[in-house]
Design a binder for this molecule. Structure first.
Ligand SMILES: [Fe+2]
Length: 321
């Protein structure tokens, strides 16, 4: 089976009693092999056997994902409350469920109209991210299985929520709107051809112009779908503005840039630098901050960048210990 026909599911999220009757696959040397047919129930013995072999994920066909996603999203409250799961495993399930949502919206933007779906996920994300100092850690576990853009969307949402929660006094509804904007900030990329997105050589001026249109396109797409708050919409539209006015689409400068977009710009660049890309390898946390500080002078609100640096460095220390 080809790669994009299957999506990963954390084994911990497969509750034998309640998991939908769908076929599950393992991945061996790039190929998907049937692990259990849809009419055989997944058992505790299966789980033990897989865990003994250090298998963390099984795979579900894309066609079965709607059923599985519904099951996972409805069960999140119970999953995050379970005492037998550690922080890492809970994160793995929550992060993969969120990535699945982003994939759904990128494949079918109309899905974004079901705002309650996104709102629920953002609330769980916020609760989870703020609950434990090492809760950003499990993002790495889903990064191996998913295309960059989806994990990047999740990471920008997680970081933006964390920073907003620590720096500003926002209501839960405002924080949710921040999370929604962050999770969908690159939705406009669906209007750009894969040929440009996957190009390894330098982009031509025309190609770069097309890429730059994604911020405005994402904004227009969500505005047309309707139901999104100004906080979410403006964050999507202005996440590439730069504090010195050198950004796009509106070349806004300083405090004229909506505050959430200022935070998101920092989280976006940090996330992009610390992830492996087609044309460039990931750099370390420290190196990313150094690049942002010394090679992008004037790009970010300096006070906000200092706060970001402090928050993310404190988190990083907890993760490394
Ligand atoms: Fe972007």
């Amino acid at each position: 089976m080809r790669d994009h026909y299957c999506r990963p599911i954390s084994i911990a999220s497969i509750n034998p009693q309640t998991f939908p009757g769908v076929s599950l696959y393992t991945k061996t040397g790039g190929n998907y092999v049937l692990y259990k047919p849809h009419d055989r129930q997944f058992s505790d013995l299966d789980r033990m056997r897989l865990e003994r072999n250090f298998v963390e994920f099984l795979y579900v066909r894309t066609g079965d994902m709607e059923e599985v996603t519904k099951f996972l999203e409805n069960g999140l409250s119970e999953t995050l409350g379970r005492r037998d799961l550690n922080v890492w495993t809970k994160g793995q399930i929550l992060y993969q469920t969120t990535v699945n949502y982003v994939i759904d919206v990128f494949e079918n933007p109309e899905e974004a109209a079901k705002l309650d779906r996104c709102r629920n996920l953002i609330r769980y994300l916020l609760e989870y991210i703020c609950s434990a100092p090492n809760s950003l850690n499990a993002i790495h576990s889903v990064a191996d299985h998913n295309y960059y853009i989806f994990v990047h969307s999740l990471q920008v949402a997680a970081l933006s929520l964390l920073v907003h929660d620590e720096v500003y006094r926002l209501t839960p509804d405002e924080l949710t709107d921040v999370g929604i904007g962050a999770l969908l900030h690159d939705l406009g990329m669906i209007f750009i051809s894969n040929k440009i997105l996957e190009k390894q050589d330098a982009l031509s001026d025309v190609e770069y112009y097309k890429i730059k249109r994604h911020a405005q396109h994402g904004y227009e797409c969500l505005k047309e779908i309707g139901g999104f708050s100004e906080i979410s919409l403006l964050a999507v539209r202005h996440h590439h503005e730069r504090y010195d006015g050198e950004g796009y689409p509106s070349a806004l400068k300083g405090e004229a840039i909506p505050r959430t977009a200022q935070v998101m710009a920092i989280c976006d660049v940090y996330s992009a630098l610390t992830a492996d890309r087609i044309h460039r390898q990931a750099v370390s946390h420290a190196r990313a901050l150094q690049i942002m500080r010394s090679e992008m002078p004037g790009s970010f609100n300096p006070e906000l960048f200092a706060r970001f640096e402090a928050i993310i460095t404190a988190r990083k220390k907890t993760e490394d210990n």
